[in-house]
Design a protein around this ligand. Structure first.
Ligand code: AFP
Length: 298
């Protein structure tokens, strides 16, 4: 955890000062000094790997930014699955991005085969919303907690997050511009429910889920199945299972909520077959997720 917290603080520093240094551009651009601009997500990746490697505690890591599993220390105790800078379309604007992670522990009872873990086998999952200085951490069977950064750059004052039962604060969060391409069943659900709740969408999973966790409601990124150009359909969903879907599903479960995929199956039960596996995602207050799950199961 210390390694991840140090990495997040370091990334936050770069992000806050990045606009001044011209670091918030795209790779391949030049800044005003004519130097190559390193993409923020590449910087975030390097920072995170530095701290994970230095900790000596991590056997291997899976990152959004790497094609293969990153082998670190075979003698380590943990597996870390992370996306150090999620929501990159917000970067040029200096708006919130996420650093999402899930942690699993090696088998301590026998040989360890290094297999990819499903969300139900994570021991912790969390997210930093950068550069807001908020950190949400869920520990297995110990709840979901939100911290705020103080003037000494420490994450302090944990508050337990429990999804509110009263629907008056609930929000819906999804990319409304895609709704025409969702399945007919999900389109019908939206028409029946959208007027009951407020609608919010920032385009960065950590920031959008941060709100849903506090206010209740539903974040969804459904499968795209009705695009007029069938090549643009995403029947498997857009978000990544190991370091997006399972991470928020884990935090949500510990806060009393639920999460399912496009088949209505619990996200935490899905066994990843490959590191960058995609998933559709419906996550948030139990009554809404279970209502959707019933529809998805048909
Ligand atoms: P990027 O990191 O590629 O911008 O994707 C962010 C993300 O994976 C997730 O954080 C958002 O919830 C989702 O994609 C937003 O996707 P749309 O831009 O299609 O709404």
């Amino acid at each position: 955890m210390d390694a991840l917290i140090s990495a997040a603080k370091h990334i936050q520093h770069y992000y806050l000062t990045g606009a001044l240094k011209g670091n918030l551009g795209l790779a391949g651009q030049l800044n005003i000094q004519g130097e190559d601009v390193l993409r923020m997500d590449q910087i975030a990746q390097e920072i995170t790997l530095h701290y994970l490697r230095a900790s000596g505690r991590v056997i291997h890591a899976v990152s959004e930014e790497a094609d293969e599993i990153i082998q670190l220390n075979p003698e380590g105790r943990y597996f870390v699955y992370f996306d150090p800078l999620d929501g990159s379309s917000n970067v040029p604007h200096g708006l919130p991005v996420g650093f999402l992670f899930g942690i699993a522990k090696r088998n301590l009872e026998g040989p360890e085969d290094g297999r990819l873990r499903a969300g139900k086998d994570y021991i912790a999952a969390g997210m930093f919303v950068i550069p807001t200085g908020t950190f949400t951490l869920a520990l297995k069977e110990a709840g979901t907690w939100r911290f705020h950064i103080d003037e000494t750059m420490n994450f302090v004052k944990p508050t337990r997050m429990i999804l509110p039962e009263d629907p008056s604060s609930w929000e819906l969060s999804f990319n409304a511009a895609n709704a025409y391409a969702y399945s007919e069943a999900i389109q019908r659900w939206i028409v029946q429910n959208e007027k009951k709740y407020a609608f919010r969408y920032l385009g960065a999973l950590a920031a959008d889920f941060h709100r849903v966790l506090a206010n209740g409601g539903l974040f969804m990124y459904p499968a795209i199945v009705n695009h007029p150009d069938p090549k643009k359909n995403r029947p498997e969903g857009k978000l990544r299972l190991m370091y997006e879907g399972a991470v928020v599903a884990f935090m949500c479960r510990e806060a009393g909520g639920d999460a399912v995929d496009e088949t209505g199956a619990p996200i935490l039960e899905v066994q990843p077959k490959k590191i960058h596996q995609r998933t559709a995602l419906y996550v948030g207050s139990k009554p809404l997720v279970q209502d959707i799950a019933r529809i998805l199961r048909g």
